[in-house]
Design a protein around this ligand. Structure first.
Ligand SMILES: Cc1ncc(COP(=O)(O)O)c(C=O)c1O
Length: 344
């Protein structure tokens, strides 16, 4: 039986031999006490890379968002975001349950809210309204299909927020995909935000871990929140060591994932041009619309599994396919053959 082709997410990659060696060799300490040298070095390295004062290693992207938003707000504050924001839909309601924040979703275009929308949404500030404390943007945008947040728009939002004493948070779980696709350094987007988070465990290919980067003050508060949320880890240098390899080696190969996603989209467009927006594929995600085939994602997903191709079959006619380090160009040929058979 050939290996499965796993297009469910870029989170499914296995650690490389180099990561495993780095994990085995990692120098460790107690990170809650602040003396794990591998974690400390990774935090400093990431902060420098993103142009921020400090970094905080956290177990997941969801915790990165919570720690960031929590450090920038008080309970009852409002967070303005795109209506498809990841933390709004896919993080178990944590920002409401754990932080007591009110969400103000705006209808973005492909995950992109603009400065005029933000300016109109910020509350004037009186005793009746929740205080608009943060505007959150997502780059690349997951539910919009890996879309890149235009840097000019991020800068315009940052300006509008700066003038209104509102903070900006960047959910940059896949920020390095945006860097790889555009050649714009990730720190340019980070410079538009007061806090930002990115994940080692997505396209960069590490098994675990995310990073928050911000000012010393926000990171100090973030450490407290991380502990409160149960994310204070001890000899976590073993994980940070793999994350370091991911950051040093993973960025340069993201272009391959983007080329593979494009190839997948082009192959699918040959089956039904209206089923996929080929030009809309900017990074490593392809959204396949099964409506032209008269099909639904759960049953197509089951049929693909029987062909050795893994996808997530959420209810509905949309199916997200994600490329990553453990899917080669020839794996994609196999996946396309399977898709042709299943959708015929
Ligand atoms: C944009 C975005 N932010 C945050 C997260 C949360 O990351 P985690 O699954 O590590 O909690 C994800 C996960 O896919 C994501 O796509």
């Amino acid at each position: 039986m050939p290996e499965l082709v796993d297009l469910r997410s870029d989170t499914v990659t296995r650690p490389t031999p180099e990561m495993r060696r780095a994990m085995a060799d990692a120098e460790v300490g107690d990170d809650v006490l602040g003396d794990d040298p591998t974690v400390n070095a990774l935090q400093d390295y990431a902060a420098e890379l993103l142009g921020k004062e400090a970094g905080l290693f956290v177990p997941t992207g969801s915790m990165g968002n919570q720690v960031s938003l929590g450090a920038l707000t008080r309970p009852g504050d409002e967070v303005v975001c795109d209506a498809g924001a990841h933390f709004l839909h896919y993080e178990g309601g944590s920002v409401a349950a754990h932080l007591g924040l009110v969400m103000r979703p705006l209808p973005g275009s492909n995950g992109v809210i603009d400065a005029a929308q933000v300016a109109a949404a910020v509350r004037p500030g009186n005793d009746h309204n929740p205080r608009t404390a943060v505007v959150a943007i997502e780059n690349t945008h997951n539910s919009a299909g890996g879309k890149i947040f235009p840097l000019d728009e991020a800068r315009a939002i940052s300006k509008v927020c700066g003038e209104r004493d509102v903070k900006v948070h960047l959910d940059g779980a896949r920020l390095f995909n945006a860097q790889a696709a555009t050649g714009i350094p990730a720190r340019e987007w980070a410079s538009c935000a007061d806090s930002m988070s990115f994940c080692f465990s997505k396209g960069l290919g590490a098994p675990i871990g995310s990073m928050v980067c911000s000012s010393q003050e926000v990171i100090k508060e973030g450490r407290r929140l991380r502990k409160r949320l149960g994310g204070g880890m001890r000899q976590v240098g073993v994980i940070a060591a793999a994350a370091r390899v991911a950051l040093e080696r993973g960025v340069e190969r993201l272009g391959e994932d983007h080329a593979n996603a494009r190839k997948l989209a082009e192959g699918l467009a040959q089956l039904a041009p209206e089923a996929v927006d080929v030009d809309g594929v900017e990074t490593n995600m392809v959204y396949l619309n099964l409506a032209p085939f008269g099909r639904q994602a759960p049953e197509v997903s089951d049929a693909l599994r029987a062909e050795g191709v893994l996808t997530i079959g959420f209810p509905g006619a949309a199916m997200r396919l994600v490329t990553h380090r453990d899917v080669s160009s020839s794996d994609l040929d196999r996946a396309l053959d399977a898709l042709r058979r299943v959708l015929a």
